[in-house]
Write a protein that binds this ligand. Structure first.
Ligand SMILES: CC(C)(COP(=O)(O)OP(=O)(O)OC[C@H]1O[C@@H](n2cnc3c(N)ncnc32)[C@H](O)[C@@H]1OP(=O)(O)O)[C@@H](O)C(=O)NCCC(=O)NCCS
Length: 217
């Protein structure tokens, strides 16, 4: 399966990606916040492609303009997402690409894929205490806080951490899509001078109120 967004192609990992994977995943700022060790060599990255990243619904995140992977995103079943109609979303991107909205862009497409194509009903997403960057990604995507778990053992790093778990239901995702479509429509009207700034502000305020009434903030 290959998925596409404005700037990205999301496609299966291949062992040929080992060199690019190693360049990103050797960075101690990338793996440990997500609970895994930095990769040790190109060969180690190749093994991880074979043993971990070749799992179903796991995608290399590639910038269209470069073609090679700069990160990874995937849907997994685990203790949090154990039922047939739910998955947990996981992601990372190489440090030179942080702060460009790459993972939010990839995640929106993965959420669409999960709800529309795979017919899932609930997608979980978590972060370890202190990982503000990931917390912020989940906030921007519209996930809702669900619970906190203390004393999570991270075997690879021999650490005990606290984890926060957030949830996106299909119903909420559909409401978020509606909100985004309405916002996009209003922006188009404003760009084409079909409405004034004052009319835009009033309509946008009404839209925000409406979405709050539907539980989307
Ligand atoms: C968390 C992560 C996936 C975010 O991806 P991203 O594509 O950079 O996401 P965004 O561009 O939306 O940035 C998210 C937040 O990170 C912070 N941020 C961005 N660039 C940063 C930088 N260079 N240094 C520090 N913080 C930065 C900002 O607070 C930003 O929020 P904002 O949009 O409100 O400013 C990425 O930082 C990463 O891979 N981190 C290491 C692995 C990891 O933590 N994975 C998640 C495990 S739960």
């Amino acid at each position: 399966m290959i998925l596409e967004t404005k700037r990205l192609v999301l496609r299966p990992w291949s062992e040929d990606d080992a060199e690019e994977l190693y360049q990103c995943a050797r960075d101690p700022e990338v793996g440990p916040p997500a609970g895994w060790q930095p990769h040790l060599s190109v060969e180690n990255s190749r093994e991880i492609i074979r043993d971990v990243l070749s799992a179903p619904e796991t995608f290399a995140v590639c910038l269209k303009e470069r073609g090679t992977p700069i990160g990874s995103i995937g849907l997994h079943r685990n203790d949090l997402a154990e039922k047939d109609d739910e998955y947990e979303l996981g992601y990372w991107v190489g440090r030179p690409f942080w702060g460009q909205g790459i993972i939010p862009e990839a995640s929106r497409e993965i959420l669409r894929y999960a709800f529309e194509d795979l017919k899932m009903n609930r997608i979980w997403c978590g972060y370890y205490d202190g990982n503000e960057k990931s917390r912020r990604v989940q906030e921007k995507l519209g996930f809702v806080y669900h619970h906190t778990t203390d004393g999570i053992e991270i075997k690879q790093l021999q650490e005990i951490r606290t984890g926060h778990s957030n949830l996106m239901t299909k119903e909420r995702w559909q409401k978020v899509q509606l909100f985004l479509r309405q916002k996009c429509l209003l922006n188009t009207f404003l760009d084409n001078c079909a409405i004034s700034q004052a009319q835009y502000d009033k309509s946008f305020g009404d839209l925000v109120e409406l979405m709050k009434m539907h539980g989307v903030e």
